[in-house]
Design a binder for this molecule. Structure first.
Ligand code: ADP
Length: 878
């Protein structure tokens, strides 16, 4: 089928596709069109990786938007432009499986803007309704984001005519699947005519998914390029067709290195072993391993292999790329990555900064980087075809399983599917590694001959239902228990399960939990969300997170007097705080490692613990502890709850992914726990309550990371101290910011002190100590620049408006443009820096001007975009 033959495509689309080299639709694409995907028919496409699923989605979205809200036309109707003239345009939503993919997809769809289709990506906070998206034709978002938009009442959701769910097999994922499942259910309830296009890897039961979604099924094994799969053992790969390819491994050598070297040797990879001249046929390799550490270690070894296959031109370009990588961040991972890339190898995992990840992907697609060692996240979504895929680790540590667990067939097949670059390779090769003949046979059985598993709904798990039942009631999808069960009856879970009673039983448990915690009220069969329940749902919190936060804040209010005395060094609260810690050494809270609240107080003379501008800005005079009449006689230089106490509180909720305790950590954090106990909001569990105590310490370790960040500790120092990547710091910081924002709203709603929570949130948002909060909030300033301005005597926004320009310019390292935009943002009447004396290092080409023209860009220093020289100047505040 040619692009012109596709019915209902808007004008220009077919010729554009042709310009892009798409002369004919791939067979699964043609099958989807025949099934009616461009006529508004719902379709489940279960096809292998790289077989062109995105184009199926594009055809569906473009035709749906152009056709408008008139609903699917009858099968006989022909022609692209005969929609009623006054029909409103349609609207399409593309649900991505990973946040990292959202901008990538948006960029891909933006080429349709030239044909009149506006594209928008929904990122940002979970508590907005994304109103501006109402004007877009195609919207890209994660399922969590869509769920939150529905909870916040985004009106445009009701205008959707087409929704695409990419990687729909992830409904099987215990953590994220239920949200996708419920979100698709809600979208369909809101828009009964909605076209659903679900794209899936090949799974064992695509027919069940299609039945659930009332969709036509397109199922195919077709691939654009042949795939040969096999197992390497000894000195050869044995392929699925029984053929062998010799790939000798020197004694003491590693098979992965031999396989990467063999692919790069430039042979045509055919059995003939025919030589092909030049580097064009050099084969790249993708090596899948089971941990980030292994990915880095593997890349470090393999760079010695790739280095020997580079020519001078490539070495030059790689050196340039390595320098760019170093510029992104000063963290150690950045150096390691740059060192590898300079030699033509790279690693890729979720701990890398997003910019590093996309640089690696692009350089790999450009064939500049010859080998990438990756964790399985790369297999999902990102289009990085490779001549050879090596699945080195087919087991992964799994805590619940209690050891190394073999990967799912589905997952291994997705990795293998990355093999073969259409137009470049004669075929792709995907190889598993075996150390002995038995394992080789096992791998053939387990992965090469095996069919992928069926997907199973995980909705009936209690944590998932807890969240979704509350949201379903709060956003008015169900007003009674009966309606709730009816709604749940449309889910994949209900399609799959024979036991109808099970879902009802778990639902009843969940309703009881929500009622007990004051999120829901029940009267006979009627269900209503309480005001707090509504807030929890809108804030996108797991109700258990909200309950933990509320308990912690209430505990702080109840025990305030004692804890403040303990913090001030009076010791009054210690006996209480230590009640569950018998036999522990008598620590003094005001000694080692403990930061006196008075040290955090603003030196500008603003109200306790805060800066005048912030309070003004937020127009708040909510209770701030020390003003409370009950606090008469308490020391007034103590901010309570402290930032650490709040960081710990949010870190122990199920919405925060806590840091692991490594060996030796238990002792260290036990000690710290007792040092800082008066700050923690709740009673420390006894050491004999093993699991709870361990969780308490993991939360403390996480809270300490957040505290380091808010104390302006260098990013590289944090990565070393906690054994994490820069991407992890970013993830924790974003989660903490969201949870503290939620805590602030809950506190306000419950009449609990708000200001300490807001300040803790701001410190996380900007990554600064108290005294910089005012300055760091100015767009374009961020943590490093705020500190330098502060050291130059410019301590507040007001100072920034009055200070001598040469002083400002010097503090900003002579960056005029940056200085001007900062002065503009702070409202200085004469922001121009023209003619102002330049300090050393004056440069107008300030590439790190993250002060940002982008309005959505928040003012905090984004660690992933900081220039290393700035980081180095920060010094160590740890
Ligand atoms: P999937 O989502 O199935 O993994 P993609 O949609 O990313 O696969 O497609 C893989 C590649 O194939 C893309 O580079 C895409 O441009 C290309 N492609 C898709 N359809 C066609 C076609 N009909 N003809 C040629 N190339 C195509």
């Amino acid at each position: 089928m040619q692009p012109e033959e596709v019915p209902e495509l808007p004008e220009g689309v077919a010729s554009r596709l042709r310009e892009e080299g798409i002369e004919a639709l791939y067979p699964p694409q043609a099958a989807a069109v025949e099934a009616g995907v461009t006529r508004g028919q719902s379709v489940v496409a279960s096809v292998p990786t790289a077989s062109g699923k995105t184009l199926v989605a594009e055809l569906a979205m473009l035709s749906s938007v152009a056709r408008g809200a008139s609903g699917p036309r009858s099968a006989g109707a022909e022609g692209p432009h005969d929609a009623p003239v006054d029909a409103p345009r349609g609207k399409a939503l593309y649900i991505v499986p990973l946040r990292a993919l959202a901008s990538e997809k948006k960029a891909e769809f933006e080429r349709w803007e030239a044909y009149g289709f506006d594209v928008g990506v929904s990122t940002g906070n979970y508590d907005s309704d994304g109103e501006w998206l109402g004007s877009r034709d195609i919207i890209v978002a994660t399922s969590e984001k869509v769920d939150s938009l529905i909870r916040n009442g985004a009106k445009w959701i009701g205008d959707l005519t087409c929704v695409v769910s990419d990687e729909v097999h992830l409904v099987d994922d215990a953590h994220r699947g239920p949200t996708l499942e419920v979100t698709l259910g809600k979208l369909r309830t809101l828009n009964p005519e909605l076209q659903v296009v679900a794209l899936s890897a090949t799974v064992g039961n695509a027919d069940v998914v299609a039945e659930w979604l009332d969709a036509e099924l397109v199922e195919s094994d077709w691939r654009p390029i042949d795939l040969r799969t096999g197992v390497h053992y000894g000195n050869a790969i044995t392929f699925d067709d029984g053929s062998q390819r010799e790939v000798p491994v020197e004694s003491g050598g590693r098979p992965t290195a031999a396989l990467v070297d063999d692919a790069l040797a430039g042979e045509s990879n055919g059995d003939s072993g025919e030589d092909v001249e030049g580097g064009a046929d050099q084969g790249s390799s993708l090596v899948f391993v089971n941990s980030r550490r292994n990915a880095e270690a593997s890349a470090k070894r393999l760079r010695e292999v790739t280095a020997s296959h580079l020519d001078d031109e490539e070495r030059g370009r790689l050196a340039g790329l390595a320098a760019e990588i170093r510029d992104v961040s000063d963290a150690e991972a950045s150096d390691t990555l740059a060192d590898c890339v300079a030699k033509g190898a790279a690693f890729h995992h979720a701990g890398l900064a997003a910019e590093h990840r996309s640089m690696v992907e692009e350089a790999f697609r450009d064939r500049l980087v010859k080998c990438v060692s990756a964790t399985p996240t790369l297999a999902a979504g990102v289009n990085t075809p490779s001549r050879r895929v090596i699945v080195r680790d087919w087991r992964r540590y799994d805590g619940e399983f209690g050891g190394m667990k073999p990967l799912d067939v589905l997952e291994v097949h997705q990795m293998m599917g990355r093999a073969g670059r259409p137009g470049l390779d004669p075929y792709g090769e995907a190889v598993l590694l075996a150390k002995n003949a038995d394992t080789r046979d096992e791998l053939f059985e387990r992965y090469i001959w095996a069919d992928p598993e069926p997907v199973h709904s995980k909705l009936a798990a209690e944590p998932a239902l807890r969240t979704h039942v509350l949201a379903t009631v709060a956003s008015g999808f169900a007003h009674t228990r009966g309606e709730l069960l009816d709604f749940l009856d449309q889910t994949l879970y209900a399609t799959q399960t024979g036991e109808s009673g099970r879902l009802a039983a778990v639902t009843d448990d969940v309703l009881a939990y929500l009622e007990r915690n004051g999120f829901l009220e029940r009267e006979d069969d009627a269900l209503t969300a309480t005001s707090v329940g509504h807030t929890v749902s809108r804030l996108y919190l797991d109700p258990m997170t909200a309950a933990e936060i509320i308990d912690g804040l209430e505990w702080a209010a109840d025990n305030r007097a004692e804890m403040v005395r303990a913090l001030a060094g009076g010791g009054g609260g210690q006996s209480v705080a230590r009640a569950n810690a018998p036999g522990e050494a008598d620590g003094d809270a005001a000694t080692a490692g403990f930061q006196r609240a008075s040290e955090l107080a603003s030196p500008t003379g603003a109200a306790e613990g805060g800066s005048a501008d912030i309070e003004e800005e937020n127009g708040s005079d909510l209770p701030d502890g020390p003003d409370d009449p009950e606090d008469a006689g308490l020391p007034d230089d103590v901010t309570y709850p402290t930032a650490l106490g709040l960081f710990h509180l949010v870190s122990r909720t199920p919405d925060m992914y806590q840091l692991y305790l490594k060996s030796g950590d238990r002792e260290e954090y036990t000690e710290r726990c007792y040092e800082r106990e008066p700050e923690l909001l709740g009673r420390t569990p006894s050491e004999y309550e093993d699991v709870r105590f361990e969780e308490w310490l993991s939360a403390l370790k996480t809270a300490r990371l957040l505290e380091d960040w808010a104390n302006e500790v260098d990013e590289s120092r944090i990565t070393e101290r906690y054994g994490v990547g820069p991407g992890d710091i970013r993830g924790k910081v974003e989660t903490a910011e969201w949870l503290l924002g939620a805590a602030e709203q809950l506190a306000g709603e419950l009449g609990l002190p708000v200001v300490p929570v807001r300040e803790a949130k701001k410190r996380i948002e900007y990554g600064v100590r108290d005294e910089l909060l005012d300055l760091a909030g100015v767009r374009g300033v961020g943590r490093k620049r705020a500190r330098r301005l502060f050291e130059a005597g410019i301590e507040t926004r007001a100072d920034l408006r009055d200070a001598d320009k040469p002083v400002i310019l010097r503090a900003l390292r002579g960056r005029r443009k940056t200085a001007e935009s900062i002065l503009e943002n702070v409202g200085r009447s004469d922001p121009s820096m023209g003619g102002v004396g330049a300090a050393d290092g004056d440069s107008d080409a300030d590439s790190s001007d993250w002060g940002g023209s982008n309005a959505a860009d928040r003012s905090r220093d984004d660690g992933s975009r900081t220039d290393p020289e700035e980081q180095a100047s920060l010094g160590d505040f740890g």
